[in-house]
Design a protein around this ligand. Structure first.
Ligand SMILES: Nc1ncnc2c1ncn2[C@@H]1O[C@H](COP(=O)(O)OP(=O)(O)O)[C@@H](O)[C@H]1O
Ligand SMILES: [Mg+2]
Length: 268
C-alpha cells in the first residue's frame, strides 16, 4: 500500500502565474527511501511541503496513509510526518538545545520523565549533549542541521521528509546525515537534494522533477545509467561519469562499488 500518494497535483503560489506543481503523480510505499532531484525551481520544496500538509493542492490530491491532506488536520499529519527544512535558521527557535529537541514531545503531551529520558538520549546520540544549555544559534552549521534532524526524529515520525539535508555541509557531516538516514526506523524517507553522490549512496529510488512534473522515476542505478539528465538540470554522480567513460559494465554508484568493479574488470 502507498503511504504517500500524489495524484495529479497542481499547485500555484498566490500571486504567481506559473504552477509550481504541474500535474505531479507519485506513489511511495512502506520501506522506500526516495531522493527527489531536479534543478532550481523544479518544484521539490513545494512537493515536500505537500507531504506534511503545509501546502495543499489546488487540484488533484495528496494522501498520506490514505487520508486526503485537505481533510486531515495539520497536527495529526505533523505527528506522522517529520519535516526538516533546508535552512536550520528558519526552523530553530528555542532558547536552548534542550528546549529545541523537547519541544515536539511537550507539544504532543509526553510526560516529563519520558521527555527527560528521550531528550538526553537523543542529544547524546547526535553528539550535542555538551551543548544542551547553549543557544541553538551558537552552534556550527553542521551542528545546527543535526539539531533540527534530532528535534524531528525524537518523536519518531513514520515518514521523514528532508529538504536539501546536505546543503552547506562538509563531507564528514554528510556521512553523519547518511548514517542517520540508514538508522531511521520509520516507514519512508523522502529527501530533495542537489547532491548526486549523496543521493546515489543513500537512496534506492530517485524521482527527477522538472517544471513541476516528474520526468523520471525508478531504481537509482537504472535512472543514473539510463541517461545523463542534463536536460533536467542534473549533474550525474561522479562515480557514474567515470564508470561511463571507463566502460565499467557493472554500473557502480559509489566510489567503493567502483573500486570493486574496477578490480574485477582488471582480473578478467
Ligand atoms: N513562496 C513562493 N511564492 C511564489 N513562488 C514560489 C514560492 N516558492 C517557490 N516558488 C516558485 O515555485 C517554483 C518551484 O519552487 P520550489 O518548489 O522552491 O523548487 P525547488 O525546491 O525544486 O528549487 C519556482 O518557480 C519558484 O520560483
Ligand atoms: Mg528547494
Amino acid at each position: 500500500m502507498s503511504i504517500i500518494s500524489f495524484d495529479g497535483v497542481y499547485y500555484t503560489y498566490p500571486l504567481s502565474e506559473k504552477p509550481a506543481l504541474n500535474g505531479m503523480t507519485l506513489e511511495i510505499s512502506k520501506g522506500e527511501r526516495v531522493a527527489l532531484l531536479g534543478g532550481n525551481g523544479a518544484g521539490k520544496t513545494t512537493a515536500l511541503k505537500h507531504v506534511n500538509g503545509l501546502l495543499r493542492p489546488n487540484k488533484g490530491s495528496v494522501k498520506i496513509y490514505g487520508e486526503d491532506t485537505r481533510k486531515t488536520n495539520t497536527s495529526n499529519l505533523s505527528r506522522k510526518v517529520g519535516i526538516v527544512f533546508q535552512n536550520p535558521n528558519h526552523q530553530l527557535f528555542a532558547q536552548t538545545c534542550w528546549d529545541e529537541v523537547a519541544f515536539a514531545l511537550k507539544n504532543f503531551g509526553y510526560d516529563d520523565l519520558e521527555i527527560e529520558k528521550r531528550v538526553e538520549s537523543t542529544l547524546r546520540f547526535f553528539g550535542l549533549w555538551d551543548y544542551k544549555d547553549e543557544s541553538p544559534f551558537l552552534l556550527s552549521v553542521g551542528e545546527k542541521k543535526r539539531l533540527t534532524i534530532a528535534s524531528v526524529l525524537i518523536y519518531e515520525p513514520q515518514i521523514l521528509v528532508l529538504d536539501e539535508p546536505t546543503a552547506g555541509q562538509d563531507i564528514e557531516q554528510k556521512k553523519k546525515i547518511g548514517n542517520l538516514l540508514s538508522s531511521f526506523k520509520g516507514e519512508a524517507v523522502i529527501a530533495s537534494t542537489h547532491d548526486m553522490d549523496f543521493a546515489a549512496r543513500n537512496f534506492s529510488r530517485v524521482v527527477i522533477m522538472s517544471s513541476g512534473k516528474i520526468v523520471a522515476d525508478g531504481p537509482t542505478r537504472d535512472i543514473f545509467y539510463m541517461g545523463d539528465w542534463k536536460s533536467a538540470g542534473i549533474l550525474e554522480p561522479q562515480t557514474v561519469s567515470i564508470a561511463k567513460i571507463t566502460g565499467i559494465s557493472s554500473h557502480p554508484l559509489t566510489s567503493e562499488e567502483f573500486v570493486e568493479a574496477f578490480k574485477e574488470e582488471v582480473a578478467k
